[in-house]
Design a protein around this ligand. Structure first.
Ligand SMILES: [Fe+2]
Ligand SMILES: [Fe+2]
Length: 301
């Protein structure tokens, strides 16, 4: 799809005529240990924050994109948005099942989830009693928030596809497949929200505002989420308190993304010539999806 702010170099061929296929994956969590990176509760729970944020967050993406559908004047982009909606709906359900498993293991995520529901449904939800013009503006603003968040989901997807440290630490293979299947689909559809935002409003201030809200909000929710999970873990009894120093130590071992790299990635989003195809590798994502146990099982279902 033509893009007003895309660099002059052609995007990777795999992005041309992007066809996003929702893969109906299933995972069995019966054997998942509470600390699925063995003896690494902080790294486990730092990644577990994804399970807290994504079900509600991705359902919100879906609502925002459904609201935006009637505003799309480009058939290829409409198809990509429909594919995005299909993929994000399945992502939300897959992470929801992990939450059910945490509860069964005595870690009750519901107090944190209530706050997340309030945020996505009440604060970031659609507003009643708007004029048609205000409603359109509100939808575009929320698409810009989604586009900035999708920059980070693609960053994390690229990281988890290139994180041998998790394999070396003997992380649970089913959880690794969930993270890499999801991460690969995030890399695969990384341009859709950005292209939709630019289609609805090509102006640079919209992009900046999206990141100015979403970036700090994500950091805040993540830090709160890690603190919450470590405090709610019945086997830890509040003995472990997360610190940035520990996060950096874990990142050096390849168990977590480097916090500084994550921040630098957020800053790249602000470059005038930025486009999501400059980050991550679609070929690598599709190669993982061709070997992912869950995606392969979904393909023959
Ligand atoms: Fe997703
Ligand atoms: Fe996504």
């Amino acid at each position: 799809m033509p893009h007003p702010t895309a660099p002059s170099a052609a995007p990777p061929a795999v992005h041309d005529g992007l066809v996003l296929e929702p893969r109906d994956v299933r995972f069995d969590w019966a054997q998942l240990p509470l600390h699925w990176i063995p003896d690494e509760p902080m790294a486990t729970h730092t990644i577990n924050v994804l399970h807290l944020l994504l079900p509600e967050g991705e359902r919100w993406f879906v609502r925002v994109f459904k609201d935006a559908l009637p505003m799309i004047r480009d058939e290829q982009l409409r198809e990509e948005v429909l594919g995005f909606i299909g993929q994000e709906s399945i992502h939300a359900e897959a992470h929801q099942e992990v939450l059910d498993h945490l509860l069964a293991q005595g870690l009750d995520p519901r107090p944190y989830l209530r706050q997340i529901s309030w945020l996505f449904q009440r604060i970031l939800g659609g507003k009643p009693h708007l004029t048609e013009r205000q409603r359109r503006e509100n939808i575009i603003e929320r698409v810009a928030f989604v586009a900035a968040i999708e920059h980070f989901t693609a960053f994390l997807g690229d990281w988890v596809l290139n994180s041998p440290g998790l394999d070396q630490a003997k992380a649970d293979p089913t959880m690794l497949d969930l993270l890499r299947w999801h991460g690969a689909e995030e890399v695969e559809h990384r341009s859709v929200a950005f292209d939709l935002m630019v289609h609805l409003d090509p102006g640079y201030p919209r992009r900046i505002r999206g990141m100015a809200v979403s970036g700090p909000l994500l950091v805040h929710l993540w830090v709160r989420g890690v603190r919450f999970l470590l405090a709610a873990d019945p086997t830890l009894q509040g003995r472990i308190r997360p610190t940035w120093r520990e996060a950096r130590r874990h990142s050096r071992r390849g168990l977590l993304p480097d916090p500084m790299r994550s921040i630098r990635s957020g800053l790249r989003y602000l470059r005038p010539g930025y486009h999501p195809t400059q980050e991550g590798s679609s070929s690598q994502a599709l190669a993982y999806l061709a070997t992912s146990p869950a995606a392969r099982a979904a393909a023959v279902r």
